[in-house]
Design a protein around this ligand. Structure first.
Ligand SMILES: Cc1ncc(COP(=O)(O)O)c(C=O)c1O
Length: 386
């Protein structure tokens, strides 16, 4: 079996599995980390140690790490922190890009209903957002902006965005910048402080930790307004007893990522080789975002005329699991909004299949996917579906 849907969700990594087995075998400590007795203190120390490790790997300060349930919560919290009360201060607009995840798009729409204007930054045909347009929008109405939310890497195409440049521009105009790093962290090196962003985030299930865990990174933690009020946990930034075992797994997964950083280059080269070979065999094939910088482990590929879902089913019959677009829009038999933003035609857009591996996936997987994909294309090309 080859699992090639890491951008959807990564399997729990071996180090995390081993950690959990050991921890459960030891039978504890289990307690409320906020309890004042010995066991509570022990759990708290374990969780705070995890916070320090996460901070170190992410290039953040210890107090900039806020544990939560995942990226969607981090996004909602960042929006709430920047937009609540902003209209009264004359901040009436937000900017997102046309390739954002629905967690950003729909949160933006929620705030539009509250009276904000949402401007959609255009995207170039290679999948990179138009930074020149952002620069002129910031110059034109920066003082009216409550937030800019633009991702670091796209979940469908894997295209890496110029987030450091975007930070620089937002900082210059004093506009808070939320960088959606959900697909970036754990796949390539990310340093929160160097990024210059006001907010960044991660989801545990994308990096091999337990699902339902996550981190919001905040440049100025005092600016974080809790979405969940509760009993003052996470220094009042996120109420509710912490998922301490889950949070410990975030540290283990991030340490595992750091340990395997040297695998990125080989993975990248192998992906490029794979893409070149499939294009040599099938010259009509299109690699989305081909000319842009991309994550080492992501390929978004289309054979115009062959439906992506048909390819996915063929691959699945060969025990290879890919997806046709981001998991959330799997039921849409249409070109995804990300591809539409890039100006991709329906004939390409309907054919896409996303192949996403992890840092520790064996490189031979690409050879096996190449053969299985070739077999599928050969078969399906005889009965082109549209
Ligand atoms: C870029 C991006 N942002 C946000 C999310 C939301 O993450 P979660 O569902 O883990 O909260 C995802 C999930 O696929 C994503 O890819």
């Amino acid at each position: 079996m080859i699992y090639a849907d890491y951008n959807g969700s990564a399997p729990i990594c071996t180090d995390v599995k081993d950690y959990l087995i050991e921890r459960l075998k030891k039978d504890g400590p289990y307690s409320n980390p906020n309890a004042i007795h010995y066991l509570g203190n022990k759990v708290l120390m374990g969780m705070e140690n995890a916070r320090s490790i996460c901070a170190k790997v992410l290039g953040a300060d210890y107090n900039q790490i806020i544990f939560n349930s995942g990226a969607t919560e981090g996004i909602s919290t960042a929006f709430h922190s920047c937009l609540d009360g902003a209209l009264e201060k004359g901040k009436k607009a937000i900017i997102i890009s046309g390739i954002e995840h629905s967690a950003v798009v729909n949160t933006g729409k929620y705030w539009v209903e509250k009276g904000f204007e949402m401007k959609i930054l255009p995207t170039l045909s290679n999948g990179v957002v138009d930074v020149n347009a952002l620069e002129s929008w910031l110059a034109d109405f920066g003082d009216k902006l409550a937030l800019v939310a633009i991702m670091a890497a796209n979940n469908e195409t894997g295209v890496i965005q110029p987030y450091e440049k975007i930070s620089e521009l937002c900082n210059k105009h004093n506009v808070p910048y939320l960088c959606d790093t959900t697909q970036f962290v754990g796949k390539t090196l990310f340093n929160f402080k160097k990024s210059g962003a006001d907010f960044a985030l991660l989801s545990g299930h994308k990096i091999g930790a337990l699902t339902g865990t996550g981190i919001l990174m905040a440049k100025n933690p005092c600016s974080v307004k809790p979405l969940i009020i509760g009993g003052g946990q996470e220094k009042g930034h996120r109420g509710g007893t912490q998922n301490y075992i889950g949070n410990e797994t975030l540290a283990v997964a991030l340490k595992n990522f750091e340990k395997n950083l040297d695998k990125i280059e080989a993975l990248n080269s192998k992906r490029i080789e794979f893409e070149a070979e499939i294009k040599r065999r099938f010259p009509d094939v299109v690699i989305l975002g081909e000319d842009a910088p991309r994550l080492a482990s992501s390929t978004y590929i289309a054979y115009p005329g062959i439906h992506g879902q048909a390819v996915q089913i063929e691959l699945e019959s060969q025990d290879i699991f890919v997806t046709t677009s981001s998991a959330c829009s799997d039921n849409e038999p249409v070109t995804s909004k990300v591809l539409k933003a890039m100006g991709v035609t329906d004939s390409v857009g309907r054919g896409v299949v996303r192949i996403s591996l992890g840092l520790c996936s064996p490189l031979e997987y690409y050879d096996q996917i190449l053969e299985a994909l070739s077999k599928s294309y050969e078969k399906l090309a005889k009965i082109k579906s549209y």
